[in-house]
Design a protein around this ligand. Structure first.
Ligand code: NAP
Length: 246
């Protein structure tokens, strides 16, 4: 599943699952552009990836800012000449029960997870349409498929990502561009580290495979979906959850 001579743009690529995807893609030969918000962490990750011998552009971009996204995509096209792959990975949680959920909590999660995915997809799709080829993968969640108490905002954002993925897949299918989503279950990252030990144990008991997933499990799924091996797959939601959503 070599990605030699390909350029991949990964949002939220400075840490967590995004960094793991970036690292695996770099090992497979891709040059990278990373969009993230924390300049220091971003530069650290970019330099680690450069050490693998790849060209890496780390850009401080908030994916909710339409003009920043458009400008940054143009910069990537200027510096790296093309974008073959987009991975919409930037995402947050801000949990709360529905009766106590603040409007700001709802808006922020929908803005980053769903609108951010829209803005990056719109900006990159223009270049992919011209090139008549491309791979778009968005990181959704099983919570967008099965729901989760305390995560109405997050579930709505991820269900939105899945609906958007299928619509974009239909729009771009004749132009050599595939658009798919990955729905991870619970993966060991800083996002899940924040859960109380008791909650983690309860969760683990619900997972048929008995453990949380690793970021690498999601990265491998992303690599498959952007590779030539998945050339006839579009509009699909690949669940990576140890059997949790069954
Ligand atoms: P993470 O460790 O919190 O990493 C997310 C990255 O996105 C961080 O670098 C973060 O920056 C960045 N980011 C946040 N807001 C941004 C914005 N507005 N613009 C650009 N970048 C932004 O999260 P993760 O666990 O790796 O999750 C990655 C994706 O997988 C998310 O979409 C998440 O919903 C999804 N997912 C995760 C799990 C899981 O169990 N971990 C399960 C299902 C789905 P900061 O460092 O500044 O916050």
């Amino acid at each position: 599943m070599s990605l030699a001579n390909q350029v991949a743009l990964i949002t939220g690529g400075a840490r967590g699952i995004g960094k793991e995807i970036a690292t695996l893609f770099a090992r497979e030969g891709a040059d990278l552009a990373l969009f993230d918000v924390n300049a220091q962490v971003l530069e650290q990750t970019a330099s680690e990836l450069r050490a693998l011998g790849r060209r890496v552009e780390g850009l401080v971009v908030d994916v909710t800012d339409a003009s920043a996204v458009e400008a940054a995509v143009l910069k990537v096209l200027d510096k790296l000449s093309k974008i073959d792959i987009l991975v919409n990975n930037a995402g947050i949680t801000h949990d709360g029960l529905i009766v106590r959920m603040e409007e700001s909590q709802w808006d922020r999660v929908l803005d980053i997870n769903l609108k951010g995915t829209f803005l990056c997809t719109r900006a990159v799709a223009k270049a992919m349409l011209k090139a008549r080829r491309g791979r778009i993968v968005s990181i959704a969640s099983i919570v967008g498929l099965i729901g989760n108490p305390g995560q109405a905002n997050y579930a709505a954002s991820k269900a939105g990502v899945i609906g958007m993925t299928k619509s974009v897949a239909k729009e771009l299918a004749t132009r050599g561009i595939t658009c798919n989503a990955i729905a991870p279950g619970f993966i060991k990252t800083e996002m899940t580290d924040r859960l109380a030990d008791e909650a983690k144990q309860r969760l683990q008991a619900l997972i048929p495979m008995g453990t949380l997933g690793e970021p690498r499990d999601v990265a491998q799924a992303a690599l498959f979906l952007v590779s030539d091996a998945a050339r006839y797959i579009t509009g699909h939601v690949l669940v990576v959850d140890g059997g949790l959503a069954m």
